[in-house]
Design a binder for this molecule. Structure first.
Ligand code: XMP
Length: 523
């Protein structure tokens, strides 16, 4: 086991929407952690060898029928425990205290008055302190039930106006509970509290760094591959790009990266990807299958059919290219940690994201073994690894782009002519957003070509041309999204430029729908 994994924290997930945030905060403290479902077996938990345990929040009440409860054995490992919100109520409930059912939720910011400055609250709340004032800091509350009577051994270490037991500790056992959420940004000193837990209470040292991860992964990849050939489907997106560059660093020419032009890429995409990765020294095989894809898409209007055609054609093309590259036994895939977590909170949505992101059926069909060097990482860590590998910002900060590409942004039939219109319009949207310095703050921004024509006037003539919709959304993960409130003058620039520069467009509209109930793509 490498050093980077020697300091470990385990998070048991009880269904909170914030569980992944806890993990990211701990990792930002350079301590490795993983998320297990709350009912993970004791053997699995012990085998992980955690130095501390964090019980996440969750939407349940400990009194609900079927509420997820913490296994008492998990609390008897002799390691420190931090219960957050529902996690604190669980500690109370199973260790002999009393949780009071409440009909009213406490939601929002609260002033936390700290009774004891050490342990969890070391260095917290002191910045505005006057000689006789209490230590105080702002925390984010979101709970229904509250602690009526603490379990034996616990004492109050902080309170708020509404919560007499806002934080508690059994210092002998090193068990802590907080009613608020230290992991969210609305608790400004929450990161420091989690660091206190991880460093001071659990005794972890910061060892999870991106540089050491690269070293570690290179070693592991070498061990797994020996001198066998490996292939990779390079899309030009962040995940597959970072995965390919990492494997390339480990085994160099043993890796063949296959980049398929499916005919529905953005403007200059095929050239840019080839240039970038050749410059990085990758053994890149470029397959221009655009004619094959577009031939099969001819006359097809149904979005699901388009997706199917693109998916199956991709497998056929990739399989041929792979055979030409030699007999590979291994396939590199850019799977990320959120796709791997078998957690209660992410069961539903992550299954959906996964079906989008997997290179549909390739490994099974071609009997390939998977190499997934990013499967321990969150997206922001993948970007950090990319920087560590000296990859260009242009690749690392890319907005996500769907596998079926512009085909699901052209409503109706995909033709060369309609692709040409959309490519130009889309390039203008991206250029204007980038120039305004907004590209990184926006989850996705792009143009959509609608299947209708409208009347316009140009000079003295009436026109009857296409409508382009501009979509720009902010989002954390693509599951939910809000439309980006782009400034009017920026929208104006976009609209003017598209109508003036793109032949065949006489109207631009801006999409002001959030997801749900709408989706990000128009399909
Ligand atoms: P929707 O339109 O469902 O999209 O709100 C959610 C996110 O998924 C992306 N997306 C895809 N990504 N292959 C992909 O790799 C796909 O087939 C696919 N379809 C949608 C979409 O761009 C958004 O980020």
């Amino acid at each position: 086991m490498s050093d980077i994994h020697s300091e470990r924290i385990l998070i048991l997930d009880f269904g909170s929407q914030y569980t992944q945030l806890i993990a990211r905060r701990v990792r930002e403290a350079k301590v490795y952690c993983e998320i297990f479902p709350y009912n993970a077996g004791l053997d699995k938990v012990k085998a992980f060898r955690p130095k501390g345990l964090i019980l996440s929040g969750g939407p349940s009440s400990v009194y609900d029928a079927g509420a997820p409860l913490v296994d008492k054995a998990h609390l008897e490992l002799g390691i420190p425990v931090l219960g957050i919100c529902y996690g604190m109520q669980l500690l109370t409930h199973v260790l002999g205290g009393q949780v009071a059912k409440s009909t009213k939720r406490e939601y929002g910011k609260a002033d936390l008055i700290i009774h004891k400055e050490d342990g969890l609250f070391n260095g917290i709340g002191s910045e505005f302190r006057t000689p006789h004032s209490a230590l105080q800091t702002v925390v984010w509350m979101s709970h229904g039930d509250r602690i009526e009577k603490m379990a034996p051994g616990f004492s109050v270490i902080a309170h708020t106006d509404n919560s007499p037991t806002a934080a508690m500790a059994d210092e002998q056992k090193k068990f802590y509970g907080v009613q608020f959420h230290p992991e969210v940004v609305h608790t400004p000193q929450g990161t420091q509290m989690l660091r206190n837990f991880v460093y001071n209470v659990c005794g972890c040292k910061p060892s999870w760094t991106m540089a050491s991860f690269v070293d570690y992964s290179v070693g592991e990849i070498k061990k797994a591959l020996g001198n066998k050939p490996v292939i990779c489907a390079l899309s030009g997106g962040v995940d597959s790009s970072v995965a390919a560059v990492l494997v390339n660093k480990a085994v160099g020419k043993q890796l063949t990266s296959i980049f398929v032009n499916n005919g529905v890429l953005r403007k200059n995409e095929a050239e840019k990807v080839q240039q970038t990765f050749k410059e990085m020294g990758l053994n890149l095989r470029y397959v221009d299958a655009s004619a094959e894809f577009l031939g099969k898409l001819k006359g097809v209007e149904d979005p699901e059919k388009k997706r199917k055609i693109i998916g199956t054609t991709f497998i056929e093309v990739f399989e041929r290219a792979a055979q030409e590259a030699g007999d590979a036994e291994f396939l590199v895939q850019g799977t990320l940690y959120p796709d791997v977590i078998e957690s209660v909170s992410f069961k539903g949505p992550s299954a959906i994201i996964k079906s989008h992101h997997n290179v549909g059926g390739l490994p099974e069909k071609m009997k390939l073994k998977l190499i997934e060097p990013l499967r321990e990482l969150f997206k922001d860590e993948v970007r950090a690894i990319g920087r560590e590998l000296e990859m260009a910002d242009d690749i690392i900060d890319r907005q996500p782009f769907p596998g079926p590409g512009l085909a699901i942004r052209i409503l109706g039939e995909v033709t060369e002519q309609r692709l040409a219109i959309l490519r130009e319009a889309d390039a203008i949207v991206i250029e204007v957003i980038k120039k305004a310095g907004l590209y990184k703050d926006i989850w996705q921004s792009f143009a959509v070509l609608l299947p209708i024509k409208t009347v316009g006037v140009m000079g003295d003539e009436r026109t009857y041309e296409n409508v382009v919709a501009v979509r720009a959304v902010t989002s954390q993960d693509g599951m939910t999204a809000d439309w980006a409130k782009l400034p009017y003058d920026l929208l104006e620039t976009m609209s003017n430029r598209i109508i003036n520069e793109v032949k065949g467009v006489n109207r631009v509209v801006f999409d002001i729908s959030s997801k749900p109930p709408s989706t990000i793509e128009w399909e």
